[in-house]
Structures are given as C-alpha cells and as structure tokens.
Design a protein around this ligand. Structure first.
Ligand code: KIV
Length: 276
C-alpha cells in the first residue's frame, strides 16, 4: 500500500515528520533550502537537503516584487507542483501566503489545496500567539504545520522593515512563550528568522519539535536559506546570515552540496552570519 511513497529508487527512504523529529533528538542538523521549480528541486534533493520549502520568498526572487505580500495561493500551488516533481527524498513544505489563513476554515481550505494540488507535505504560516487557534484547527485535521516566528516578512509594513527580532529580553521571552504555545497547539516544526543566537538556542532547547533557523545562529536544529541567496544569484545587499556558496564551486550542484555539508558539520552559520 505504501510502495509508491517508500520506493522511489532511493537507497534512503523519503524524509517525513518523524525523521525530522529523530534528527533533532539525535543532534543531527537538518539542512533545508527553498526551491521554486523542478530542475532546482532535483539538484537540491541530489545535494542531500532534508527539507525543501516553496517559500513565498518566490514573490521577491522569482516575481521581482519588493516583498512577499503579492504572492497568492495559486502561485504557491503552481511552484509547489513543479518542485514536487523534482523531489525524491526531501520533505516538501509550502508557505501559506499573506491573508490565506485569517480564519480557521479559510486556513484549512487553503492548506488542503496546498497539499492536494501542490503536493506539499506540510504548510508553513507566519505568526505567534495570534495563530494558535489556526494551528490547532489545522493539526486537528492532521495537516502538518511549521510555525514561522521572529522576523515575519508578511508583516514587513507593520514592523517597518526587515529587522532582527527578539533583541529585547522581554520580546525574546514572549517569542519563547509563543513557540511553546504553537508547539502545544500542534505545530510540528518552528522556524525562526533573524533572531539573536541566544534566542535561537533557548527556543531550540525548550522545544520538543525541530527548530529551523534562518539568521537564528548555530544552536538550532537545522538551517534554511533562500536558494538564490546561497547560489549568489540575488543582486544587491543580502542579509547578514546569507553566505554565497557558489564562490569556489564549479557548479550549482557543488554549491548546494557545500551548503548541506557545512550545515551538517556545523561550520555554517559562522559568527559573521549571526546576530547578537
Ligand atoms: O519564504 C521563504 O522563503 C521563507 C524562508 C525565508 C524561510 O519563509
């Protein structure tokens, strides 16, 4: 009955939520990368990424917008479908775009579309305590959820720019409390963006579920980067946590393999990629 899912000509079985959970508890870093099409998805998978995210960052790196806000559910479904065709082993997560999870029933309808039409195995949504009810509703319907805390790019106009979050100790404590509530509500992964190392460490230690960081320091359970940032395609100023892995590599695959290997051996992120 599970043949199609489990046998894709791979020596290793496909990653699932329990693999990720086991990796956390075994202290094996989880390497994650965004992807937006089948060709790059296949490269990312071949490079050994454990988790691939069809992020709403596609609004910026694919569509050329200044923010992720214009991205729609149909956009994510289109890209998720293409990515799912390129993957064999990696676990596929799709972003819920801006205003696609304002009410529990709306979130459920859109999450179901991302899974049924887009092929996603988990959905990611931005938010803290305000999203506990939504996460609970999705979890009750067996939809795996990743909760995105710290810098929430969909709130960029509300917070006044892409800024480090949780530097103030009270804010860091609030973030920790929200992360625990989201976990208790059923979140299977917490993603932390742009927070000081200390906040990343405390939250990863306090949670049972894997904590994936992007600009959250070395002491979380895994790392994620936007594909075009790590391949050095993104033009102009990039965030401090970005490392261009294409430098010194002869091909995009070699750059992706270098990223996965540096995440796995703990050499990425280095101190120059971290916030204090
Ligand atoms: O949309 C995205 O690519 C993301 C990453 C920055 C984690 O959410």
């Amino acid at each position: 009955m599970y043949t199609q899912l489990e046998q894709r000509g791979m020596t290793e079985p496909p990653i699932n939520v329990s693999t990720l959970q086991k990796m956390k508890h075994a202290g094996q870093p989880i390497a994650c990368i965004t992807a937006y099409d089948a060709s790059y998805a296949a490269l990312v998978d071949t490079a050994g990424a454990d988790l691939v995210l069809v992020g709403d960052s596609l609004g910026m790196v694919i569509q050329g917008h200044d923010t992720t806000i214009p991205v729609t559910v149909d956009d994510i479904i289109y890209h998720s479908k293409t990515v799912s065709r390129g993957l064999r082993r990696a676990f596929l997560v799709a972003d819920m775009p801006f205003m696609s999870y304002t009410k529990p029933h709306i979130a459920l309808d859109n999450a179901v579309r991302l899974m049924q039409e887009g092929g996603a195995m988990m959905v990611k949504l931005e938010g803290g305590d305000d999203q506990v009810e939504i996460v609970e509703h999705l979890a009750r319907h067996d939809i795996p959820v990743c909760a995105h805390l710290g810098l929430k790019p969909q709130s960029v106009h509300k917070i006044g720019g892409f800024k480090v979050q949780g530097r103030d100790p009270d804010k860091a404590r609030e973030m920790l409390a929200s992360a625990k509530r989201l976990q208790d509500a059923g979140a299977d992964i917490v993603l932390l963006e742009c927070v000081p190392n200390e906040a990343g460490k405390i939250i990863a230690e306090a949670l049972e579920v894997p904590v994936i960081g992007i600009g959250a320091g070395p002491d979380v359970d895994g790392q994620i980067l936007v594909l075009y940032d790590l391949l050095g395609i993104t033009q102009g100023r990039t965030p401090k946590f970005v490392k261009n892995f294409q430098v010194g590599c002869h091909s995009p695959l070699a750059a992706l393999q270098a990223y996965v290997s540096e995440v796995k051996d703990g050499s990425y992120p280095g101190p120059e990629h971290c916030f204090s």
